[in-house]
Design a protein around this ligand. Structure first.
Ligand code: MN
Ligand code: MN
Length: 320
Protein backbone atom coordinates (compact mmCIF):
# COMPACT_ATOMS: atom_id res chain seq x y z
CA UNK A 1 0.00 0.00 0.00
CA UNK A 2 1.26 3.42 -0.91
CA UNK A 3 1.45 5.73 2.09
CA UNK A 4 -0.66 8.87 2.11
CA UNK A 5 2.51 11.00 2.08
CA UNK A 6 3.72 9.24 -1.06
CA UNK A 7 0.34 9.73 -2.70
CA UNK A 8 0.51 13.46 -1.91
CA UNK A 9 4.03 13.70 -3.34
CA UNK A 10 2.92 11.87 -6.50
CA UNK A 11 0.21 14.52 -6.99
CA UNK A 12 2.67 17.36 -6.36
CA UNK A 13 4.94 15.76 -8.96
CA UNK A 14 2.11 15.45 -11.44
CA UNK A 15 0.88 19.08 -11.42
CA UNK A 16 2.77 22.11 -12.65
CA UNK A 17 0.43 24.59 -10.91
CA UNK A 18 -0.23 24.15 -7.19
CA UNK A 19 -2.37 26.53 -5.13
CA UNK A 20 -2.34 26.29 -1.34
CA UNK A 21 -5.29 27.41 0.81
CA UNK A 22 -5.94 27.49 4.58
CA UNK A 23 -8.71 28.53 6.99
CA UNK A 24 -10.47 31.89 7.39
CA UNK A 25 -9.25 34.15 10.24
CA UNK A 26 -5.75 32.66 9.85
CA UNK A 27 -3.55 31.84 12.82
CA UNK A 28 0.23 31.23 12.78
CA UNK A 29 -0.17 27.50 12.06
CA UNK A 30 -2.51 28.10 9.11
CA UNK A 31 -0.03 30.54 7.54
CA UNK A 32 3.09 28.65 8.61
CA UNK A 33 1.96 25.33 7.11
CA UNK A 34 0.54 26.97 3.97
CA UNK A 35 3.59 29.10 3.17
CA UNK A 36 6.13 26.58 4.53
CA UNK A 37 4.76 23.98 2.13
CA UNK A 38 4.93 26.52 -0.70
CA UNK A 39 8.62 27.19 -0.02
CA UNK A 40 9.46 23.49 0.19
CA UNK A 41 7.76 22.77 -3.15
CA UNK A 42 9.43 25.80 -4.80
CA UNK A 43 12.84 24.84 -3.47
CA UNK A 44 12.45 21.20 -4.55
CA UNK A 45 10.77 21.80 -7.93
CA UNK A 46 11.81 25.27 -9.15
CA UNK A 47 9.86 25.04 -12.41
CA UNK A 48 6.47 24.60 -10.71
CA UNK A 49 4.13 27.55 -10.10
CA UNK A 50 3.12 27.48 -6.45
CA UNK A 51 0.75 30.08 -4.98
CA UNK A 52 -0.67 30.88 -1.54
CA UNK A 53 -4.07 32.56 -1.30
CA UNK A 54 -6.53 33.88 1.28
CA UNK A 55 -7.50 37.00 3.18
CA UNK A 56 -4.74 38.67 5.15
CA UNK A 57 -4.90 39.94 8.73
CA UNK A 58 -2.85 42.97 9.67
CA UNK A 59 -1.04 41.52 12.72
CA UNK A 60 0.13 38.43 10.85
CA UNK A 61 1.38 40.06 7.65
CA UNK A 62 4.90 39.75 9.03
CA UNK A 63 4.68 35.96 8.67
CA UNK A 64 4.17 35.95 4.90
CA UNK A 65 2.11 37.76 2.26
CA UNK A 66 -0.50 36.17 -0.02
CA UNK A 67 -0.44 35.94 -3.83
CA UNK A 68 -3.10 37.59 -5.99
CA UNK A 69 -4.06 35.17 -8.76
CA UNK A 70 -6.79 35.07 -11.41
CA UNK A 71 -9.50 32.42 -11.64
CA UNK A 72 -7.79 31.09 -14.78
CA UNK A 73 -4.84 29.98 -12.65
CA UNK A 74 -7.08 27.25 -11.20
CA UNK A 75 -7.39 25.55 -14.59
CA UNK A 76 -5.65 22.14 -14.26
CA UNK A 77 -4.34 23.13 -10.85
CA UNK A 78 -3.76 21.02 -7.77
CA UNK A 79 -5.19 22.64 -4.62
CA UNK A 80 -3.86 21.70 -1.19
CA UNK A 81 -5.76 22.93 1.89
CA UNK A 82 -3.80 23.17 5.16
CA UNK A 83 -5.07 23.27 8.77
CA UNK A 84 -8.78 23.46 7.87
CA UNK A 85 -11.27 20.98 9.35
CA UNK A 86 -14.24 21.51 7.03
CA UNK A 87 -15.23 23.06 3.70
CA UNK A 88 -17.04 26.16 5.08
CA UNK A 89 -13.85 27.21 6.89
CA UNK A 90 -11.67 27.21 3.76
CA UNK A 91 -10.63 30.76 2.89
CA UNK A 92 -11.14 31.72 -0.81
CA UNK A 93 -13.94 29.64 -2.28
CA UNK A 94 -12.10 29.22 -5.58
CA UNK A 95 -10.72 25.92 -4.24
CA UNK A 96 -13.88 24.58 -5.91
CA UNK A 97 -12.24 25.23 -9.30
CA UNK A 98 -9.44 22.78 -8.52
CA UNK A 99 -8.80 19.82 -10.73
CA UNK A 100 -7.71 17.81 -7.66
CA UNK A 101 -8.12 18.64 -3.95
CA UNK A 102 -5.91 17.50 -1.04
CA UNK A 103 -6.61 18.06 2.66
CA UNK A 104 -3.75 18.15 5.21
CA UNK A 105 -4.93 18.73 8.78
CA UNK A 106 -4.57 17.82 12.47
CA UNK A 107 -8.14 18.58 13.66
CA UNK A 108 -10.65 15.74 14.23
CA UNK A 109 -11.98 14.63 10.83
CA UNK A 110 -15.67 15.26 11.52
CA UNK A 111 -16.43 16.57 8.02
CA UNK A 112 -14.03 14.90 5.56
CA UNK A 113 -13.37 16.49 2.15
CA UNK A 114 -10.89 16.29 -0.72
CA UNK A 115 -9.89 13.71 -3.33
CA UNK A 116 -7.05 12.81 -1.02
CA UNK A 117 -6.96 13.45 2.72
CA UNK A 118 -4.15 13.24 5.28
CA UNK A 119 -5.63 13.91 8.70
CA UNK A 120 -3.82 12.96 11.89
CA UNK A 121 -4.73 14.44 15.27
CA UNK A 122 -1.52 13.18 16.89
CA UNK A 123 0.45 16.09 15.43
CA UNK A 124 0.77 19.34 17.40
CA UNK A 125 0.14 21.39 14.29
CA UNK A 126 -0.22 21.18 10.53
CA UNK A 127 3.23 22.78 10.33
CA UNK A 128 4.62 19.73 12.13
CA UNK A 129 2.89 17.51 9.55
CA UNK A 130 4.61 19.44 6.74
CA UNK A 131 7.92 19.03 8.57
CA UNK A 132 7.23 15.30 8.81
CA UNK A 133 6.51 15.14 5.06
CA UNK A 134 9.87 16.80 4.40
CA UNK A 135 11.69 14.69 6.98
CA UNK A 136 10.45 11.40 5.52
CA UNK A 137 11.37 12.45 1.97
CA UNK A 138 14.72 14.21 2.20
CA UNK A 139 15.85 12.42 -0.96
CA UNK A 140 13.17 14.33 -2.90
CA UNK A 141 12.32 17.45 -0.90
CA UNK A 142 14.44 20.41 0.13
CA UNK A 143 13.98 22.79 3.00
CA UNK A 144 15.42 26.29 3.13
CA UNK A 145 15.74 28.93 5.87
CA UNK A 146 12.48 30.67 4.95
CA UNK A 147 10.52 27.39 5.00
CA UNK A 148 12.11 26.52 8.35
CA UNK A 149 11.12 29.90 9.79
CA UNK A 150 7.52 29.45 8.62
CA UNK A 151 7.13 25.93 10.02
CA UNK A 152 8.72 27.05 13.28
CA UNK A 153 6.16 29.88 13.57
CA UNK A 154 3.32 27.41 12.99
CA UNK A 155 4.54 24.96 15.63
CA UNK A 156 5.15 27.76 18.15
CA UNK A 157 1.66 29.16 17.51
CA UNK A 158 -0.32 25.95 17.94
CA UNK A 159 1.65 24.64 20.92
CA UNK A 160 1.50 28.01 22.72
CA UNK A 161 5.30 28.14 22.80
CA UNK A 162 5.57 24.41 23.61
CA UNK A 163 3.21 24.56 26.60
CA UNK A 164 0.15 22.65 25.42
CA UNK A 165 -0.29 18.90 25.64
CA UNK A 166 0.01 18.42 21.86
CA UNK A 167 3.76 19.02 22.27
CA UNK A 168 5.55 15.66 21.85
CA UNK A 169 9.16 14.48 21.66
CA UNK A 170 8.74 14.53 17.87
CA UNK A 171 7.62 18.17 18.05
CA UNK A 172 10.79 19.05 19.93
CA UNK A 173 13.05 17.02 17.60
CA UNK A 174 11.60 18.70 14.53
CA UNK A 175 11.82 22.11 16.17
CA UNK A 176 15.49 21.52 16.97
CA UNK A 177 16.10 20.56 13.34
CA UNK A 178 14.30 23.70 12.11
CA UNK A 179 16.40 25.88 14.41
CA UNK A 180 19.55 24.78 12.59
CA UNK A 181 18.46 26.99 9.71
CA UNK A 182 19.24 30.65 9.65
CA UNK A 183 16.34 32.65 11.09
CA UNK A 184 15.74 34.64 14.26
CA UNK A 185 13.42 32.97 16.82
CA UNK A 186 13.67 35.93 19.22
CA UNK A 187 12.36 38.28 16.56
CA UNK A 188 9.45 35.90 15.92
CA UNK A 189 8.54 35.74 19.62
CA UNK A 190 8.71 39.48 20.15
CA UNK A 191 6.52 40.15 17.09
CA UNK A 192 4.01 37.35 17.61
CA UNK A 193 3.38 38.03 21.30
CA UNK A 194 3.39 41.80 21.31
CA UNK A 195 0.10 43.25 22.55
CA UNK A 196 -1.02 46.85 22.37
CA UNK A 197 -1.45 49.06 25.43
CA UNK A 198 -5.26 48.96 25.41
CA UNK A 199 -5.27 45.17 25.43
CA UNK A 200 -2.71 45.09 28.25
CA UNK A 201 -4.87 47.43 30.34
CA UNK A 202 -7.98 45.34 29.68
CA UNK A 203 -5.99 42.30 30.79
CA UNK A 204 -5.17 44.15 34.03
CA UNK A 205 -8.85 44.86 34.64
CA UNK A 206 -9.70 41.24 33.93
CA UNK A 207 -7.18 40.04 36.52
CA UNK A 208 -8.35 42.54 39.14
CA UNK A 209 -12.06 41.92 38.70
CA UNK A 210 -12.73 38.34 37.65
CA UNK A 211 -15.24 36.41 39.74
CA UNK A 212 -15.22 32.79 40.83
CA UNK A 213 -17.62 30.10 41.94
CA UNK A 214 -17.33 27.75 44.94
CA UNK A 215 -15.91 24.84 42.97
CA UNK A 216 -13.30 26.49 40.78
CA UNK A 217 -14.96 28.32 37.88
CA UNK A 218 -13.33 31.71 37.22
CA UNK A 219 -15.18 34.08 34.91
CA UNK A 220 -15.31 37.63 33.58
CA UNK A 221 -17.91 39.58 31.64
CA UNK A 222 -16.54 41.54 28.68
CA UNK A 223 -19.54 43.83 28.48
CA UNK A 224 -20.17 46.30 25.67
CA UNK A 225 -19.26 49.12 28.07
CA UNK A 226 -15.91 47.59 29.03
CA UNK A 227 -15.00 46.90 25.39
CA UNK A 228 -15.80 50.50 24.48
CA UNK A 229 -13.97 51.90 27.48
CA UNK A 230 -10.75 50.02 26.62
CA UNK A 231 -11.19 50.26 22.82
CA UNK A 232 -10.48 46.56 22.31
CA UNK A 233 -12.27 44.57 19.59
CA UNK A 234 -14.24 41.47 20.56
CA UNK A 235 -11.89 39.01 18.89
CA UNK A 236 -8.85 40.35 20.73
CA UNK A 237 -10.83 40.41 23.99
CA UNK A 238 -11.82 36.76 23.54
CA UNK A 239 -8.18 35.80 23.01
CA UNK A 240 -7.44 36.92 26.59
CA UNK A 241 -9.13 33.72 27.83
CA UNK A 242 -5.88 32.16 29.04
CA UNK A 243 -5.13 35.14 31.28
CA UNK A 244 -7.13 33.16 33.86
CA UNK A 245 -5.12 29.95 33.39
CA UNK A 246 -2.49 28.85 35.88
CA UNK A 247 -4.07 30.71 38.78
CA UNK A 248 -4.35 28.65 41.96
CA UNK A 249 -7.86 27.25 42.38
CA UNK A 250 -9.04 27.95 38.83
CA UNK A 251 -10.20 24.63 37.35
CA UNK A 252 -12.31 26.13 34.59
CA UNK A 253 -12.14 29.67 33.24
CA UNK A 254 -14.70 31.52 31.18
CA UNK A 255 -14.95 34.77 29.24
CA UNK A 256 -18.31 36.22 28.25
CA UNK A 257 -18.11 38.59 25.29
CA UNK A 258 -21.18 40.75 24.72
CA UNK A 259 -22.34 41.16 21.11
CA UNK A 260 -25.29 43.30 19.97
CA UNK A 261 -27.68 40.33 19.96
CA UNK A 262 -25.94 37.60 21.93
CA UNK A 263 -23.20 36.81 24.43
CA UNK A 264 -20.46 34.54 23.14
CA UNK A 265 -18.68 32.37 25.65
CA UNK A 266 -15.17 30.96 25.65
CA UNK A 267 -14.48 28.16 28.11
CA UNK A 268 -11.15 26.53 28.98
CA UNK A 269 -10.28 23.92 31.55
CA UNK A 270 -7.25 22.46 33.30
CA UNK A 271 -8.76 18.96 33.40
CA UNK A 272 -12.51 19.05 33.99
CA UNK A 273 -14.36 18.01 30.82
CA UNK A 274 -16.52 20.95 29.80
CA UNK A 275 -17.68 20.44 26.21
CA UNK A 276 -20.95 18.73 27.21
CA UNK A 277 -21.97 21.85 29.16
CA UNK A 278 -20.95 24.00 26.16
CA UNK A 279 -23.14 21.78 24.00
CA UNK A 280 -26.16 22.42 26.26
CA UNK A 281 -25.63 26.16 25.79
CA UNK A 282 -25.61 26.31 21.98
CA UNK A 283 -21.97 25.39 21.52
CA UNK A 284 -19.40 22.61 21.60
CA UNK A 285 -15.71 21.95 21.08
CA UNK A 286 -12.88 19.97 22.57
CA UNK A 287 -13.07 18.37 26.07
CA UNK A 288 -10.89 21.10 27.60
CA UNK A 289 -11.60 24.08 25.31
CA UNK A 290 -15.01 24.98 23.96
CA UNK A 291 -17.33 27.78 22.96
CA UNK A 292 -21.01 28.54 23.60
CA UNK A 293 -23.59 31.28 23.04
CA UNK A 294 -26.13 32.64 25.53
CA UNK A 295 -28.73 35.35 25.08
CA UNK A 296 -28.98 37.04 28.48
CA UNK A 297 -26.89 37.56 31.61
CA UNK A 298 -29.35 35.28 33.48
CA UNK A 299 -28.49 32.51 31.05
CA UNK A 300 -24.80 33.33 31.55
CA UNK A 301 -25.29 32.76 35.30
CA UNK A 302 -26.99 29.44 34.56
CA UNK A 303 -23.98 28.43 32.47
CA UNK A 304 -21.65 29.23 35.38
CA UNK A 305 -23.84 27.16 37.74
CA UNK A 306 -23.73 24.23 35.30
CA UNK A 307 -19.94 24.43 35.04
CA UNK A 308 -19.65 24.71 38.82
CA UNK A 309 -21.76 21.56 39.26
CA UNK A 310 -19.58 19.77 36.68
CA UNK A 311 -16.43 20.75 38.58
CA UNK A 312 -17.93 19.45 41.83
CA UNK A 313 -19.09 16.15 40.31
CA UNK A 314 -15.88 15.43 38.46
CA UNK A 315 -13.86 16.32 41.54
CA UNK A 316 -15.79 13.75 43.57
CA UNK A 317 -15.56 11.12 40.83
CA UNK A 318 -12.01 11.60 39.62
CA UNK A 319 -10.25 13.61 42.30
CA UNK A 320 -9.15 16.16 39.71
MN1 MN B 1 -5.33 26.97 12.73
MN1 MN C 1 -3.39 24.06 13.52
Amino acid sequence: MTSIQTQILDKINEYSTIIIHRHVFPDPDALGSQCGLQKIIKESFPSKNVYVVGEEVEELKFIHRMDIISDDTYKDALVIVCDTANLPRICDKRFELASFLIKIDHHPDLEPYGNLSWVDTSYSSTSEMIMDLFSEHKHILQLNAEAARLLYIGIVGDTGRFLYRGTTTQTMKYTAELMEYNFNPQLIFSTLYKKNKNTARLQGTLLLNYEYSNNGVAYFRMTKDILEQFKVDRNTAGNLINTLADIEGNKVWVLFIEYPDSIRVRISSAGTVINDVAYRFNGGGHPLAAGATVYSWEEADALIRALDATCREQHINNRI
